[in-house]
Design a protein around this ligand. Structure first.
Ligand SMILES: NC(=O)c1ccc[n+]([C@@H]2O[C@H](COP(=O)([O-])OP(=O)(O)OC[C@H]3O[C@@H](n4cnc5c(N)ncnc54)[C@H](O)[C@@H]3O)[C@@H](O)[C@H]2O)c1
Length: 263
């Protein structure tokens, strides 16, 4: 399969760890020059070093995606280094944990929605300007099955992922005329620092025995009987960012071991 990716440039948000780091690495292995964004500078440097150690091209792009001005400045700096941004992957997110809705506060909702939804909106708005003028671009949004089928005890997070899906479909309708593809990927459970920290809190809340029982029940919800790995998501990003997916836009693709099968 000719991906047509060699020499292209990408911005991957939240790629200092987890799924984002793997997306950045997999794109770099295809010959893409990658801007590694994260709010945590040290994490961006680690991801960049890892890509350099595999002879890939990457630069550190630390900025807070919830701050529109910071996104503008950050993207400007990337465009100065790489010339343009061909591929935007909106991956960064924040999940504060699993909490009963009535125990959460407006401040909690604000934090999650700002990163998960406004962050993606900010990056699309800033990056799409160049894509529209060049009449070319790929935008891949990492949503979640939580945004497709709902998720108890993750209300604001799930709602913001539904918003990302609505944004992706609407942008696909508006930007298709400029040869810009916009899609969303919906992972279910995927082994990353985010999931590990949420799971650790559940382990402490339930105790070891009940936690193990919960784990077994969760696995039974996955027909393939496994939790996802970061490369499962990254491989789909590579496909959607490539020329092979030129006729795919406005779609939400679950990469989830069969956890949910929305019609
Ligand atoms: N891990 C899962 O089980 C799972 C399931 C469904 C969907 N997802 C989605 O996959 C994506 C990646 O998740 P992950 O598990 O790798 O998460 P993670 O928490 O391990 O990594 C997210 C990264 O985003 C960064 N970030 C947070 N706020 C930021 C901001 N304001 N600006 C820039 N960077 C910021 C963090 O520093 C972190 O490095 C997210 O969109 C998440 O919602 C993950």
């Amino acid at each position: 399969m000719n991906t047509g990716l060699r020499g292209r440039t990408a911005l991957v948000t939240g790629s200092g760890q987890g799924i984002g780091r793997m997306i950045a690495s997999c794109l770099a292995r295809e010959g893409v020059k990658v801007a590694v964004n994260d709010i945590n500078l040290d994490l961006t440097k680690d991801s960049v070093s890892q890509i350099h150690s595999e002879a890939g091209e990457a630069v550190s792009a630390p900025f807070d995606i919830t701050d529109y001005r910071a996104v503008e400045k950050g993207v400007q700096a990337i465009e100065e280094q790489f010339g343009r941004v061909d591929i935007l992957v909106n991956n960064a997110a924040l999940l504060l944990g699993h909490h009963d809705f009535i125990e959460t506060s407006p401040a909690d909702w604000d934090r999650e929605i700002k990163v998960c939804f406004y962050g993606a909106l900010n990056c699309c708005h800033v990056v799409a300007k160049g894509m529209v003028s060049r009449k070319s671009g790929k935008i891949v949004n990492i949503a979640s099955d939580a945004g497709r089928i709902g998720q108890a005890r993750e209300i604001a997070y799930a709602a913001s992922k539904s918003a990302v899906i609505g944004m992706a479909k609407s942008l696909a309708q508006e930007l298709g005329q400029y040869n810009i593809n916009v899609n969303a990927i919906a992972p279910a459970g995927t082994d990353t620092p985010l999931r590990q920290s949420v799971e650790q809190k559940e382990r402490e809340r339930l105790g070891e025995e009940k936690y193990r029982e919960r784990e077994r029940k969760i696995l039974r919800l996955y027909p393939l009987r496994r939790i996802g790995r970061t490369e499962d998501i990254a491989n789909m990003v590579v496909f959607l960012a490539s020329d092979a997916a030129r006729h795919v836009t406005g779609q939400v693709i679950s990469v989830n071991g069969g956890y949910a099968m929305p019609g």
